[in-house]
Design a protein around this ligand. Structure first.
Ligand code: AMP
Ligand code: ZN
Length: 507
């Protein structure tokens, strides 16, 4: 989107470091750099993860709308993330590979592809850079060398550690009670860490076994710590300082505190090199946070299986502020579906009144939010229509208040005083930030047709693969549910020594 930078009201964002709303002032005039913690690709993304990426997409779209040239970087964690955020447990990738009898590279490829497909289905703009951790091992080793030279590290038998007492105010981002943690820690930490908050920068492979993914380093053959990759790749792609770092609220406590410490050690100027830390609250399921490692979780595919369009989930998330926990429920999702359908029906009506040429022109003008010309699109609006644009800008400038933006959309769509072309033009402008394909889709498209829900060969293969995975994970309830679903769709599966085969049941 091109227009003078910082259009409209000053953008207020809630910064986790200061715990305050702060006006967004970019490091470089007219530009905004965002680093978003990306997926750990040992499993499918669940709906909670996808909420995190919908939030960063909204942030990016708002900055574009306001005229910034945005660069977004999102990493792919394909190595190093242990089953606990602290340095405990197994590597999640290696664990998945062992369970599924597949190579770690296969696991990473499969779940990365599935993730990208989910992003596309949710109309999330692809990040400008999507680096994989395994492509940046040398950079991480060099990063550690610099930390070591500056005296921030120490060696233990199992690897290289960061000494968190060497940076000022460690844990401020998470408001961690460091003194309390020290008092609570065992006097003799058998592990040998100098401070309870110290964390691993390089994990040495055990002497008696090989890791599936390991690299040589000055600290022995092994793998990088998980926190390291985000420090290395954010500073590499965006430079220091950069504007905004995002992630889910869970990262405020450990992962991002460790990134701050690493960056400070690396930059050596008392600065972590990040101007705004933004965190999305969780999608919750009853009293539970949705979690990837707990097995039973809801995927975007689960939503599709219910005949619900993926953009309904996008709309559902937009109905809540990213800073409020959002309770997932099927009723809520269906309600969102009904609301989105009403909006699409109304837009179709306006398109019919404005004429096919106008509708097509507007649709094409907003097809790509990265290049859409907001100024040119806004100019022809009559005075009476302009106030809705101001409402949209005011809502977004208020810490990305998407519920308020949706309310403004609904009000304008119900405003009979607006000319159809103006109302449609406004819908196009709203679409740039909402991403619910207001002009590129019809209400009919929202109804997943029977053919989409039917069992295609691809879908059957995917279900069989998921069932095999569920069985390996001893999730027999899910495995049985998949067998039942296939059975109901007329597919007979046979488990044999060569694996699972399938055939259509005789009619
Ligand atoms: P992961 O793939 O587990 O590293 O998580 C990817 C992103 O999803 C991170 O930014 C997490 O903080 C975020 N996240 C994890 N669980 C949830 C949840 N239930 N709701 C919202 N965001 C989440
Ligand atoms: Zn990260």
């Amino acid at each position: 989107m091109t227009m003078p930078a910082t259009r409209g009201k000053p953008l207020q964002l809630f910064d986790s470091m200061t715990r305050m709303l702060r006006e967004f002032v970019p490091v470089r005039a007219g530009k905004a750099g965002i680093y978003s913690c990306g997926p750990t690709v040992y499993n499918y993304a669940h709906l909670g993860n996808l909420r995190a990426y919908l939030f960063t997409d909204t942030l990016r779209r708002v900055l574009l709308f306001k005229g910034y040239a945005v660069t977004q970087v999102m990493n792919i964690t394909d190595v190093g993330h242990l089953t606990s955020d602290a340095d405990a447990g197994e590597d999640k990738m290696e664990k998945a590979a062992a369970q599924q009898h597949r190579s770690v590279w296969d696991i990473a490829r499969h779940y990365t592809d599935a993730f990208l497909a989910d992003m596309a289905a949710l109309n999330i703009l692809p990040p400008d850079h999507q680096p994989k951790a395994t492509d940046h091992i040398q950079g991480m080793i060099d990063f550690n060398r610099k930390l070591e030279a500056a005296g921030h590290t120490y060696l233990l038998p199992d690897g290289l550690y960061f000494d968190t007492s060497t940076v000022p105010d460690y844990g401020r981002l998470g408001r961690l009670d460091i003194e309390g943690q020290k008092a609570g820690a065992r006097v003799a930490d058998t592990h040998g860490k100098r401070n309870p908050t110290d964390f691993c920068l390089w994990r040495k492979s055990p002497a008696d076994s090989r890791r599936l993914m390991e690299w040589d380093s000055p600290w022995g053959t092994g793998a990088p710590g998980w926190h390291l990759e985000c420090s290395e790749m954010s500073l590499r792609f965006l430079g220091a300082p950069f504007d905004i770092h995002t992630g889910g609220i869970d990262h405020r406590q450990v992962h991002h505190c460790n990134e701050v410490a690493q960056n400070m050690g690396f930059l050596g100027n008392g600065d972590a090199g990040v101007r705004y830390w933004l965190h999305n609250e969780f999608l919750v399921l009853g009293d539970d946070k949705m979690s990837k490692s707990k097995g039973g979780f809801l995927r975007l595919q689960t939503v599709l299986d219910q005949g619900i369009h993926p953009l309904v989930y996008r709309y559902f998330c937009l109905q809540a502020s990213y800073r409020k926990p959002l309770e997932f429920g099927w009723e809520g999702l269906k309600g969102a579906g009904a609301g989105l359908k009403r909006i699409h029906l109304r837009v179709a009506e306006l398109a019919a009144r404005a004429g096919a040429d106008t509708a097509t022109r507007l649709r094409d003008a907003v097809a790509n939010p990265l290049t859409a010309d907001v100024a040119a699109l806004s100019t022809p609006l009559a005075d009476g229509a302009r106030r809705y644009l101001a409402d949209l800008d005011a809502a977004l400038s208020d810490d990305l208040n998407t519920p308020r933006a949706l309310a403004a959309l609904n009000t304008l769509l119900a405003d009979d005083a607006l000319a159809a072309t103006d109302a449609l033009r406004l819908a196009a402008l709203f679409e740039l930030v909402l991403g619910i394909r207001l002009l590129a889709m019809t209400a009919d498209d929202l109804n997943l047709r029977a053919k989409d829900a039917a069992l295609t060969d691809d879908r059957i293969s995917a279900l069989i693969e998921e069932r095999n995975l569920a069985r390996k994970n001893r999730d027999f309830a899910r495995a049985d549910a998949i067998r039942d679903e296939l059975d109901a769709g007329g597919v007979l599966i046979k488990d044999g020594p060569q694996g699972t085969t399938w055939e259509w049941k005789p009619a």
